[in-house]
Structures are given as structure tokens and as C-alpha cells.
Design a binder for this molecule. Structure first.
Ligand code: UDP
Length: 341
């Protein structure tokens, strides 16, 4: 039987590159497409080194309808995993139009091209941000979505709706939305990982850059939250574990196992970890001291959120496996490698 082909939009980035590795290792053909707007070829080269093969990398913008149509004409695409999107929450507040245009426009083009070829299996990379602030924890897929607090978060909600409605309306389109909690870490080879441009917004890249000496001090945003140690709690999910969830989602679709045309899964561990616990675990496993201080709360942060991953465990047959220590060791190995240390 010929291999099924999966298109990974945004496949040269942090999550897309890890997903590409797991898909290829699971026996799929992979086409990577990326406009390289938020990454260079570091991860693509890392993927090539890990796999020992240079997969097709199509440099194109998913907002360009003609380019998307050409991509679908050039390859026989059985499934698409759509990552290509802007992701800076703060920037989305100051430049909402840029976020709506890019994140919605690119996804609509994927839907249209899928429709034009008579259907496709589409995995959308969504986020736990759709749940907002909730005191009913952990969150299940049935937990209500709260009004988004940023244009970025709103694009995640709207794209979920676009997918749900398209599945209903257009024959042959099936969809899975994966709601990621906090993806962190790097591939155990240290050949691919997160490469934020400028000052990192996210906790773990800020920690590793502080540890390597690129940043002077980590600010822990708020230690007066109603949590056991006063710092926020999140569900940090290892990037390789997260990548494997995509392979399960694609297999479920291609094997015709979906119970409904549109399904949603939480991709998390079910384990809350506070900012302080994460910092302590990083210091312990990597045997170093991190320069950090407590700072005021960051606007827009929720107190605590973690997943109920039961549906993904039982229905998708996926489970987070790596410990937070393994993940933080991998993140540190990656930071050291890119710093050349
Ligand atoms: N955080 C922090 N200092 C930083 C970056 C993040 O204390 O420099 C905290 C942030 O307040 C939140 C947690 O780390 O409680 C995770 O933040 P991140 O931006 O990584 O992900 P989010 O949960 O906001 O999507």
C-alpha cells in the first residue's frame, strides 16, 4: 500500500518540526510548507539530520490562495495539519487585523483547497486558551469556552468554529481540533527545539536563556495567586509527546475511526505544575541555580489551568509519557547546543 501523505503547514517551526519527525517515523510521507516568517531553517535542517532525509520544504504563504491550490495540485494530500499562524498574544492585541487576516485567511484557504479536491482530513492546532479563566479544574472538552481575551485567542476559537461548520457543510472534510496546554522541551537529539525571536514570551525559553546567560533574570509573574505556592499553575506538555498526539489524530482520521466528522481533544498531562515548581525542577535536574525574582502579575494570565486528558487517552489512544524532568533536561540540552556550549 502506498504511503499516505500529510501536509504540515508551518512545519519548519517548533511544533511542526517535531510533528514532522513523528509522522515520518510512523510511516507517513510528509510535505512541509512554511513561509519562514517566524523561523529560519535550523529546525528543518535538524529534522533532515534526525530522519536522514530531506523532506520537501515548500516556501509559501498560506494566505496566498493560488499557492495553496498549487500545493494541493502538486501533491496528493491525504491529511493536513495546520500550524501556520502568528502566535504572539501581546502583538495580537496591538495588531489585531494582522492576526485575523493571517490566522483566519490561511485556514480558510486550507478549507477551500480541501473542498476543491473533494475533501481532506484536517487537524487544527488549537489551544487551551479557548477555556479562559475557569475554577472547574481540570478542564474537559465539554468545559465551556470563555470569550477570548486576545485576538490571538479569538482566532483559535474562530478557526475551531470554521472547522466544525465546514465539516458539517462540505462532504469529505473531516476535522480534529487538538487543544494544546503548554508545549515545552525539545527533541532528545537536541537537533530541534524552540527558537524564539527576540525576548521570549514563554516561560521555558526565558528560563533556558537566563540559565545560559542571554537574559539576566527571570521574572516570575505574580506570587499572590490563590494556588498552593502563590504562582500560576499550568499543564506543561512535552513537545515529543504532543507531536505523537498528532500522529494518533491523523491515524484515527485516515483509518476511518472517527465517531463524528469533527472531534476535539485536550492534549495535556493532567498534572498541574506551578511556575515555582517548574523553576525548581529545572534547577534540580540540570544542577544549576537560576537567577529569578518575583514580579507583578502579567496582564491576561489565568490563575490555573490543566487538562483532563481522559478523552485523548481513551479515544485517541494517546498518553503523555515523559516526565517534567526529562523534558526540562531536553530543553536545556537544546539551549546549550544552539548557544554552542
Ligand atoms: N511566566 C513567568 N515569567 C515569564 C514567562 C511566563 O512567570 O517570563 C509565567 C506566566 O505568568 C504563566 C506561566 O509562566 O503563569 C506560563 O506562561 P507562558 O507564557 O509560557 O504560557 P501561557 O500559559 O501564558 O500560555
Amino acid at each position: 500500500m502506498s504511503k499516505k501523505c500529510v501536509l504540515v503547514s508551518g512545519g519548519a517551526g517548533f511544533i511542526g518540526s517535531h510533528v514532522t519527525v513523528e509522522l515520518y517515523n510512523a510511516g507517513y510521507d510528509v510535505v512541509i510548507a512554511d513561509n519562514m516568517s517566524n523561523c529560519d531553517e535550523t529546525c528543518y535542517n535538524g529534522v533532515s539530520q534526525i530522519l536522514g532525509v530531506r523532506l520537501p520544504l515548500v516556501k509559501m504563504d498560506f494566505c496566498d490562495r493560488a499557492a495553496v491550490d498549487k500545493l494541493f495540485a502538486d501533491y496528493h494530500i491525504d491529511a493536513v495539519i495546520h500550524f501556520a499562524a502568528f502566535k504572539a498574544v501581546g502583538e495580537s492585541v496591538s495588531e489585531p487585523a494582522k492576526y485575523y487576516e493571517n490566522n483566519l485567511g490561511s485556514f480558510l484557504n486550507v478549507i477551500e483547497a480541501s473542498r476543491a479536491q473533494g475533501g481532506c482530513n484536517i487537524v487544527f492546532s488549537s489551544s487551551a486558551t479557548v477555556y479562559g479563566e475557569t475554577d472547574k479544574l481540570p478542564v474537559t472538552e465539554e468545559s465551556p469556552r470563555m470569550p477570548a481575551t486576545s485576538p490571538y485567542g479569538n482566532t483559535k476559537q474562530i478557526c475551531e468554529d470554521i472547522l466544525r461548520d465546514s465539516v458539517k457543510a462540505y462532504a469529505g472534510i473531516k476535522g480534529i481540533a487538538l487543544r494544546y496546554f503548554n508545549p515545552i522541551g525539545a527533541h532528545p537529539s537536541a537537533l530541534i527545539g524552540e527558537l524564539p525571536r527576540g525576548v521570549p514570551n514563554n516561560l521555558v525559553p526565558f528560563i533556558t536563556q537566563t540559565a545560559i546567560g542571554k537574559r539576566e533574570c527571570l521574572s516570575i509573574f505574580g506570587n499572590d495567586y490563590p494556588t498552593p505556592d502563590g504562582t500560576c499553575q499550568r499543564d506543561y506538555i512535552d513537545i515529543v509527546d504532543l507531536a505523537k498526539a498528532h500522529v494518533c489524530a491523523v491515524a484515527r482520521m485516515l483509518d476511518g475511526k472517527m465517531a463524528e466528522g469533527y472531534e476535539i481533544f485536550n492534549v495535556g498531562t493532567g498534572r498541574p505544575v506551578s511556575v515555582l515548581e517548574l523553576v525548581n525542577a529545572f534547577e534540580k535536574v540540570n544542577k544549576l541555580k537560576l537567577n529569578y525574582k518575583f514580579a507583578p502579575r502579567r496582564a491576561g494570565d489565568v490563575t490555573a489551568i490543566w487538562a483532563d486528558p481522559k478523552k485523548a487517552n481513551e479515544v485517541l489512544g494517546w498518553k503523555a509519557e515523559r516526565s517534567i524532568e526529562e523534558t526540562l533536561a531536553a530543553a536545556w540540552a537544546w539551549e546549550k547546543r544552539i548557544a554552542g556550549k
